[in-house]
Ligand binder design. Structure first.
Ligand SMILES: NC(=[NH2+])NCCC[C@H](N)C(=O)O
Ligand SMILES: [Mn+2]
Ligand SMILES: [Mn+2]
Length: 301
């Protein structure tokens, strides 16, 4: 295990989707013992606290079909600057959500350090909608598209450059709910997707091995793991706003985290969509922290 300097950044953002409460995700994950857990492995951990996010919904949806565009943009701009600072200081950013719209800021903050960044998107969804294709207007369904440079200018251009990632450097794992516009984009850009079909058919071992060798063949200089807790089956992580049945198991997820840790490729991570209001006794935050344990090198023997 490689000893890391981990910087935890909380993002109490819930304006990227419709169900309130996911702003309490960072507190729930801290309560589940994230700092102690990572320290016990032997890492240096600093909790950088939370990014200030405006809590009031904007009523103004007149110009675009994006909900709370301004608040989401401002929160992500602050997050991007913070992540950039942490990366520049040689620390490993571990971002706690908050809804998945915060991946916009995380990726904006990382990607000028890693010019050929790889991204693993562990999620039931592809999050590849744009303002034109979104069925909901919820920005948490758009962060991957935004990072590809597609969507509203104000989101795409955070930190003044675009795109943040290349389509051929992205791997999606666990997809089982894909909208028509997203399907088109996946085909058009040749984005690598392991749906639940591939996970069932090949097994998680083969899927993660394949994902790792694919990213290595792309010669990535870093890999960001963006883990949406709804990637797991809602049996294991009920505290999410957009659950989709038929998901990845708890065991498969631990295996995936262990294999990613062994690969030595991961240079940043975020765990998102933990909503304590929808959860059962903090189960989803507990799973998030357990998976972080595996991702950061915790082993039984
Ligand atoms: N990060 C998430 N949970 N995203 C869910 C997105 C759901 C749907 N595809 C939408 O765009 O509205
Ligand atoms: Mn999702
Ligand atoms: Mn997501």
């Amino acid at each position: 295990m490689n000893k890391l300097d981990i910087a935890i950044i909380g993002v109490p953002m819930d304006l990227g989707q419709a169900r309130r409460g996911v702003d309490m995700g960072p507190s729930a994950i801290r309560y589940a013992g994230v700092v102690e857990r990572l320290e016990a492995i032997g890492h240096e951990v600093t909790d950088e606290g939370d990014i200030q996010v405006r809590v009031t919904k904007s009523s103004d949806m007149t110009q675009t079909n994006l909900k709370n565009l301004n608040e989401v943009r401002i929160g992500n701009t602050k997050l991007a600057d913070k992540v950039h600072e942490v990366v520049t200081n040689g620390k490993f950013p571990l971002v706690l959500g908050g809804d998945h719209s915060i991946a916009i800021g995380t990726l904006a903050g990382i990607s000028d350090r890693y010019k050929n960044l790889g991204v693993i998107w562990y999620d039931a969804h592809a999050d590849l909608n744009t303002d034109e294709t979104s069925p909901s207007g919820n920005i948490h369904g758009m962060p991957l598209a935004v990072s590809l440079g597609l969507g509203h200018d104000e989101l795409v251009n955070i930190r003044g450059f675009a795109p943040k990632v290349k389509p051929e450097n992205i791997v999606i794992i666990g997809a089982r709910s894909i909208d028509p516009g997203e399907r088109e984009l996946i085909k058009e850009r040749g984005i690598k997707v392991y749906t639940m079909h591939e996970i069932d058919r090949l097994g998680m071992t083969a899927v993660v091995e394949d994902a790792i060798s694919y990213l290595k063949s792309r010669e990535v200089d870093g890999v960001h793991l963006s883990l949406d807790l709804d990637g797991l089956d809602p049996l294991y992580t009920p505290g999410v706003g957009t659950p989709v049945p038929g998901g990845i198991t708890y065991r498969e997820s631990h295996l995936a985290m262990e294999m990613l840790e062994e690969s030595g490729l991961i240079t940043s991570a975020e765990f998102v969509e933990v909503n304590p209001i929808l959860d059962e006794r903090n189960k989803t935050a507990d799973v998030a922290v357990a998976l972080m344990g595996s991702l950061f090198g915790e082993r039984l023997l």
